[in-house]
Design a protein around this ligand. Sequence first.
Ligand code: 3HC
Length: 297
Amino acid sequence: MKVEDVKKICVLGAGLMGNGFAQTCAQAGFEVAMRDIEDRFVENGLNMIKKNLSRGVKKEKITQEQMDTILGRINGTTDLKAAASDADVVIEAIVENLDLKKKVYAELEEICKPDCVFGSNTSSISITDMASATKRTDKFIGMHFFNPVPVMRLVEIIKGYETSDETYQLIDGLSKKLGKQTVLVNEAPGFAVNRLLLPFFLEAIFTLQEGVTTVEDMDKAITLGLNHPMGPFTLLDFVGLDTTLFIADYFYKEFQDSKYRVPTLLRKMVRANNLGRKTGKGFYDYSQKPPVPCSFR
Ligand code: 3HC
C-alpha cells in the first residue's frame, strides 16, 4: 500500500492522545473512526476536539466551515468492527497494558483487511511483543506522537523485529502528510525521546525528595536555564504521573538496571491518585488559578 491509498484511519482510544490523532488525521483530510470502549469516553474525546477546533476558529486560524468539515470526517464509536473493518491504517492509543493491547490486536487481526497496517502509539512497550499477537508482523510499527498531538511536530517511527521497509515507508509518508517530521528508531525501551525524558523526570523527583530544590525553583531553573517550554514538574503533571511510573517500571524491568529505580515520592503520589493535570493535582494544585505547588511528605 502507498500513502495515496490511505483513505480511512481507525484511531483506538479517545483519550488525550487518541482525540489528538483523530483531530490531526481529520485536519489532513482523512476519514477517521475514533473508537473507545464506552460512550462517555467517545463523547469526551469529541468534545476535546470541538474545544480545540473552536479555539482555532476564535483565533481565525480556521473558519467555522472548515471546523465543520473536519468534524464531519470523524466518526466516534464504541463498535470496534465498524471502526476497523475497512480501515487502511489503525493507530492504537489505548491504555499501556501489554495483555490488553495484545487482546485488541488479536481481535483486529480477524476484523481488519489483510493489508491494513497497525501502528501503536505506545510510549515504551516492545513493538515486537505486541506484533506477536497478530499474523502481520511485517505490517506492525510504532508511531510515537507527543502531547499535544496537533501541536507537537515529531513522530518517532519504531521498527519492530519484523517490520518491513514498505510499512516503514508508508508510515513515514503518512506522518509527513499529517504535518509531522519523523525520526526512525530501532526498537528499544522508550525508543529515543523517552529514553532521555524518563531519567530527566526521575532525577527531578529525586532532587525534590532530597530537598535539593523546590518544584517552582526547579521548573524556573529548567525553563530559564535550558529554554524548555515547561519545567520538569509542569511537564510531569502534563504527561501524567501514572504514565511516568509505568514507563519507569518498564525500563527497570527491561534494562535490569538500577539507574531506572523509582523515587518513592512518585509511587506514593500515584497511589494517592495525584496524577497531575488529569486529576487536578500532582506537583501543582490545579484547583487554584494560577496553579500552586503542592506540599510533599
Ligand atoms: N491541544 C491542541 N492545541 C493546543 C493544546 C492542546 N492541548 N495546548 C496548546 N495548544 C496550541 C494552542 O492553541 C496554540 O496554538 P496556536 O499557536 O496555533 O495559537 C499553541 O498550542 C500554543 O499554545 P499556548 O499559546 O496556549 O501555550 P504555550 O505557548 O505555553 O504552549 C505547549 C503550550 C505547546 C503545550 C508548550 O507548553 C509545550 O510545548 N510544552 C511541552 C510539551 C511537551 O514536551 N510535550 C511532550 C510530552 S512527552 C510525550 O508526550 C511522550 C509520552 O510518551 C510521555
